[in-house]
Every structure is written in C-alpha cells, then in structure tokens.
Design a protein around this ligand. Structure first.
Ligand code: SF4
Ligand code: SF4
Length: 108
C-alpha cells in the first residue's frame, strides 16, 4: 500500500497522479497528496514511474504500515522496488541473459 510521498524528494511533476489506476492521489499546487489511501491496489506504478524516488509503496496490501519517512530513508527503501526490477538508468535489464535467440539461430 502507498505509504508516503516525500516532500523533500518530490519535484511536483504529477506523474504519480496520472499513472495511478485507482485515483489515490489528488493534485495540488505543489506535492500531490495521498487522498484515498484505502483505494491503493499496491500495483507499484507510482513508485516505478516517479523520476526522483519520492514515493514509497509497502508490499503489504491489506493496510498501511504507518512507516516514517526517516525510516524509509534509513533503510534505503525509496525506489527499492524499481531498482529490484532493473528499471533504473545504468542498470542492465536482464534481457541479455535470455538464451532464446540462440534457439532461433539454431533453427535457421
Ligand atoms: S511522480 Fe514523484 S516527483 Fe512526480 S509528483 Fe509524484 S511523487 Fe512527486
Ligand atoms: S501503488 Fe498503484 S494503486 Fe497504489 S497509489 Fe501507487 S499507483 Fe496508485
């Protein structure tokens, strides 16, 4: 479930507002607010698309953890899901490990 938006990290691009399929956020004049936390589907889209790792979505889907921003920062959890997926710049995505092309070459 979405836990928090960091005001210090957010650059107010509103991408999270646009990608969220459950309309959890409200746009403001500044940092978006989590307006309907209970509607969160724990899909991680907001965390993946946030350009500054300003969001934290906990894997637990059935209720908020009420984790503090200081703890998220200390445990290096900001952006941790997208890092694990290989979505961050400079990290290999893993497709080079896919051996399927060798099978196709062998069939030609
Ligand atoms: S996507 Fe990230 S940087 Fe952009 S408004 Fe949302 S929290 Fe802020
Ligand atoms: S995890 Fe998915 S449903 Fe929850 S706030 Fe982010 S984009 Fe919306």
């Amino acid at each position: 479930m979405i836990e928090l938006v960091s005001e210090s990290r957010c650059v107010e691009c509103d991408i999270c507002v646009k990608v969220c399929p459950a309309n959890v956020f409200d746009m403001t004049e500044g940092v978006p607010v989590i307006a309907r936390q209970d509607d969160c589907q724990t899909c991680f889209l907001c965390e993946i698309y946030c350009p500054t790792d300003a969001l934290y979505v906990a894997a637990r889907a059935d209720g908020p953890l009420a984790i503090s921003e200081a703890e998220v920062e200390q445990r290096n959890l900001f952006g941790s899901y997208s890092r694990a997926l290989g979505w961050k710049r400079g990290k290999a995505g893993g497709s080079q490990l896919d051996p399927t092309h060798r099978i196709r070459v062998a069939q030609v």
